[in-house]
Design a binder for this molecule. Sequence first.
Ligand code: SF4
Ligand code: SF4
Length: 73
Amino acid sequence: MAMYIRQENCISCYACEQECPTGAISHDEEGIFTIDPYVCVECNGFYEEAQCLAICPIEGCIVKLEVATYGCA
Ligand code: SF4
Ligand code: SF4
């Protein structure tokens, strides 16, 4: 289980990175944000909802990895 950032929708606002309780979100020198699927726990054990998804201003930018990969959860 993990969340995924759709690069084509991300506006590199930096809001999500600091919200992540496991440090799963990072960005490179070009402001490309990614979520490490091996570190993201979908906020289970920390919050009721995914914090990155809750704060991201762009609808559809952050989705479940299964949705991004297979088109469904
Ligand atoms: S769902 Fe939670 S743990 Fe996963 S990347 Fe988002 S803020 Fe981090
Ligand atoms: S909050 Fe959303 S738009 Fe902003 S950097 Fe993160 S994924 Fe990109």
